[in-house]
Write a protein that binds this ligand. Structure first.
Ligand code: C5P
Length: 400
């Protein structure tokens, strides 16, 4: 997948630096060459010797090392690679690049390069969520920097949440995708996500508790394999990933219209928690409390977006995937749903309260295809998304 590719790998200072060693090994196994750059803080976590031994290359550390300047100036070093990868990307390194500061070798290379930059952030959850880091992420994404991760989960500092560096195999796949070698490069995938809001009157609506986490993770995983992703999302609490086309909608009817307007696509994944019903005729003005007592809402059924697309005779996506959140008889109910909706796959999960899956960091799914049911182990949600994206890539590349 990466034969002959040249990666400039900047290793920042964080406990996740140890995973950079595994990343170097993985990249070299695939035939890529890795020129490592170790920041001063990075060298507190991994030694220059282990980095250079694994890379089979000299490790660059100091901007003012005149010997290095004679061998290869920092401008040349930053451009000799096909891609610059920062793993781990610390809050500090991200802030330096976002501000255009270049006080050391790593940030100078990032500023001087004319090649794509891929960052794998790793930091404490509070640092990741700090408004300054949020701003820097937005700035960097607008400047064309691509991101992989971070994942959510328990952290070395004892806290829990987003901030763990993506695992080396996921970074390897994102590197391939950034270089145009991803298994989904050239493919267009549509993902629906989040809840829908169905208005009662101009100020009230019917909603559900979907956060949109699953759909956002999926869109990111598909993007990381090289797909062009159209992300049609209802009002979710989890923000959409960077690097995807975001289409914001409110109601099921708007979601259907947005989806139909973006067809044809190679594959469509319906992860949205679409409201089954809407208020038949929402009031034009705010409904007032009054002597007539509480209003009686007459409901009407919403269009089933998944079933509508899956049953298309003309221009149906090559692969249509639905989700099924069940609380009992998961496989039986999901298998019946697959047939009823006419989709190719159903991703089913048990969302009963005792599983802790709803709103949690992990998911346990059963993938139902034409070949039968396949139960996956309980995994972090980004890993479930990555496996699903890989399966999708496999299915799209198989002769049909
Ligand atoms: O029937 P149920 O809501 O359980 O089906 C879930 C699947 O159908 C999900 O993939 C969901 O995104 C999709 N769906 C839809 N439009 C609806 C209802 C569900 O696309 N109106």
């Amino acid at each position: 997948m990466l034969a002959g590719r040249r990666i400039l790998l900047i290793i920042g200072g964080g406990i996740a630096a140890y995973k950079a060693l595994e990343l170097i090994r993985l990249l070299r196994t695939e035939g890529a060459s890795v020129v490592p750059v170790l920041t001063r803080a990075g060298a507190e976590f991994v030694t220059p010797l282990s980095v250079s031994a694994l890379a089979g290359e000299k490790v660059f550390q100091d901007l003012f090392d005149l010997t290095d300047e004679a061998e290869m100036g920092h401008i040349q070093l930053s451009r000799a690679a096909d891609l610059v990868v920062v793993a781990p990307a610390t809050a500090n390194l991200m802030a330096r690049l976002a501000a255009g500061l270049a006080p050391d070798l790593a940030s100078t290379l990032l500023l001087a390069t004319d090649k794509p930059v891929l960052m794998a952030p790793a930091m404490n959850v509070r640092m990741w969520e700090h408004p300054a880091t949020r701003r820097n992420c937005t700035t960097l994404a607008a400047d064309g920097v691509r991101f992989i991760g971070p994942d959510s989960g328990p952290m070395a500092c004892g806290e829990f949440g987003p901030g763990r560096m993506a695992e080396p195999p996921a970074i390897r796949d994102a590197i391939a995708a950034t270089l145009g070698d991803g298994p989904l490069t050239g493919r267009h995938v549509l993902v629906t996500s989040g809840p829908t809001h169905e208005p009662i009157d101009p100020v009230r609506y019917i909603a559900n508790r979907s956060s949109g986490a699953q759909g956002a993770a999926l869109a990111a995983a598909l993007r990381d394999l090289g797909a062009r992703v159209t992300f049609v999302t209802g009002p979710a609490t989890v923000p959409p990933p960077s690097g995807v086309e975001v289409v914001r909608v409110e109601t099921a009817a708007e979601m259907l219209e947005a989806v139909q307007a973006r067809l044809p696509v190679d594959a469509a994944v319906f992860a949205a928690a679409v409201a089954d019903w809407r208020v038949r005729s929402a009031a034009g003005q705010k409904i007032k409390k009054g002597s007539a007592g509480p209003p009686v809402l007459e409901m009407a059924e919403n269009p089933d977006i998944l079933a509508t697309v899956a049953h298309m005779t003309d221009g149906r996506p090559g692969l249509v995937v639905g989700f099924a959140a069940e609380t009992e008889h998961v496989v039986d109910h999901a298998t019946a749903k697959r047939a009823r909706k006419g989709c190719d796959w159903i991703v089913a999960n048990d969302v009963s309260a005792d599983t802790g899956i709803m709103g949690g960091a992990e998911n346990a799914v059963t993938l139902i295809t034409g070949e039968g049911a396949e139960t996956w182990p309980r995994l972090p949600k980004p890993e479930v998304a990555r496996r699903l994206a890989l399966r999708l890539a496999e299915a799209l590349s198989a002769p049909r």
